[in-house]
Structures are given as structure tokens and as C-alpha cells.
Design a protein around this ligand. Structure first.
Ligand SMILES: [Zn+2]
Length: 103
């Protein structure tokens, strides 16, 4: 089960793209990213989509995406290994502070 919502079977795509909080994080970014199972069903599709937004390998959107994926993964691991409920507040703060240096 997904450690965040306890409602869906855990999958990479659910965790990083379609889980409510993940969707909120992507959508509230500067790029209003909106993962959709119709257009970006797999992580590979999502990376391709992000990559196509800007061909520059060091673009801000790539930095934001890396920080977001890493923060979600760390929060998920802490929750699973400590058998605790994930701190979504801290997750969002981590992403915000890590990306405030961009631009
Ligand atoms: Zn979930």
C-alpha cells in the first residue's frame, strides 16, 4: 500500500506523479505541471515530457523535478522504515527551500 494515502497499491507512478500531494506539488510549481495518466502514464513518459519543456540540460524545471522526486522518495522511505506517517508539511518545505536557490 502507498504509505502516503493508504488507499492505492504502491507504484512508482502513483507515488511520484498521481498521488494527490505529488500532483499538488507539480501543479503548484512555476510551470503548472499536471501529470495525467492519459499523457504521462509512466515515469519515462514524465521524464520525456519534462525534458521536452526545455532542451537545456541544466534548466530550472529539471532541477525542480530532481528535487521533487528526491524529496518524495526520502519522505516515503522515512515513513516506511520508521513505520510512521509521512510529514507532508516537511516534504513541501524541503522542496520549497531546495528550489528557492534557483533562478
Ligand atoms: Zn497514495
Amino acid at each position: 500500500m502507498c504509505p502516503f494515502c493508504n488507499r492505492h497499491p504502491e507504484s512508482t507512478e502513483h507515488l511520484f506523479l498521481y498521488y494527490d500531494v505529488a500532483q499538488h506539488i507539480w501543479f503548484s510549481s512555476a510551470w503548472n505541471l499536471r501529470p495525467s495518466p492519459d499523457y504521462t502514464p509512466t515515469m519515462v513518459d514524465w521524464f520525456r515530457f519534462i525534458w521536452d519543456l526545455n532542451a537545456s540540460p541544466y534548466s530550472e524545471v529539471l532541477g525542480f523535478s530532481s528535487v521533487t522526486l528526491e524529496a518524495i522518495w526520502k519522505t516515503r522511505n522515512e515513513a516506511v522504515h520508521n513505520n510512521s506517517s509521512p510529514s507532508l508539511h516537511r516534504l513541501i518545505l524541503t522542496i520549497a527551500s531546495s528550489t528557492s536557490n534557483f533562478g
